[in-house]
Every structure is written in structure tokens, then in C-alpha cells.
Design a protein around this ligand. Sequence first.
Ligand SMILES: [Zn+2]
Length: 237
Amino acid sequence: MRRFFSTIMLYAVILIGFSWVYHNNDNARAAVNRIAYNFQQLKSRVTGQKATTTASAKTQQTSSDSDSVSGRWKKTTATVYVSYENQTLQQAALDAIAKWNATGSFKFTQTSSRKNADIVMTTMSKDNDAAGMTQMSVDSLTGYFVHGMVYLNTAYLLDPSYGYTMERIVNTAEHELGHAIGLQHTNDISVMQPAGSLYTIQQRDIDAVNELYSSQASSSSATSSSIKTSTQNVAAN
Ligand SMILES: [Zn+2]
């Protein structure tokens, strides 16, 4: 039994060494993250309909995977790299960052270094029903986030037939940044509704951030989580 624990300790030290050595190498770091960290992926479902569809034909769909992985940053601040070629997405990202910063609950600081950024905001263009997607890497030994990727899906947000107004694009960016802070989906009136684009940040969301960061990060035990990979996909409407 004793030997078992020292093996686990050694394993943890090796993993920490790995992440340190490859800290500045995105590809290697990503590979290490897949092994060493819990992996959290959250999507916002597209809520727009093609213009040809009538409003009455709108359907409600909810599916969720309950195997969620929680996490948070060590402090209520994170650096974010934002560089969208598209002006609409760039403005939406900046507006969303300003909106979160104005709440006083969490502060995003822009950085010009993609490599060193805690969070990278970028695009995807996929026909996968996700208007936005956030992937967070969590150090399973501490429960703290180590890196985040926020994707805004140009295939939907910038396609006029889905009817995304600027307000809803900003809401989508706020929603994904909410995940990047550590917030989970809720069915309350909230920017964190699974649909993602219907509401801006609410007092409920500010309270949720304050609560998350007033408690200890929930680290799971090294025995069960250091090689655990968990993916959460939540989608609705
Ligand atoms: Zn979401």
C-alpha cells in the first residue's frame, strides 16, 4: 500500500515536470494536457433558425452529459488573447470582456502574447450545432485551470440566415467567457443558459462567480483523476 502511494507521488511529480518543461510549447503542452489534466469541453447550441423556418417550427432540444468537470482559476483574474480578423467578432469579444470586467467579480486582462495567454479566443467554422465552444484544461491535482480555449463559430454567428444580432453575438462571447471563468450551465435566467445567446450577464451570474471564488478549488484525488479524461457536452434549444 505504501509503495502504491509513493508510485502515485512520483507520477504526479513527473506530470508537473512535464507541464513545466513544455510550458512554452503549445503542441506538446496540449498533448500533455490530454494525459495529465481533466479536460472540459462545453458548447453552446445554435439557437438561430434558418430564415426559411417559421418561428412556430422552433423545437426545444436538451441534452446533457452529467459527467461534468469543475474548475476555476487560482485568482479572479486571467489573461486573454483576442485577435479576430473579423471586426464583428473582435468587437463582440472586447464587449464581452468589458462586460465581465464591469461586474467586479472577475477581471480579464488582454495580452498580445498568444503563447503566454491563460485564455485564447479564436474561431471555429464547423457544422456542429455549437455557436461557441470552450475547452478548459484543469490541473487535477489542484483543481485550478491551467489553460482555456474559447471558440466562436463563424459558420453560425456570421451567417445572416441564423439571425444573430450583435447583442446575441456578444451574449455568446460572454457565455463562453463564463465557462472560461468556471461557470456551469443553468436553466435560470442567466448568461449561462445552455442556449448561450439569449441573456447577458445577470446578477445571478455575478453571485455564482463570487461564490465559486470564495471557496476552495475542488481538487480530486490524484489516484482517480490524474489520468482521467472527462468531456462535457451540454446543449439546449
Ligand atoms: Zn455553454
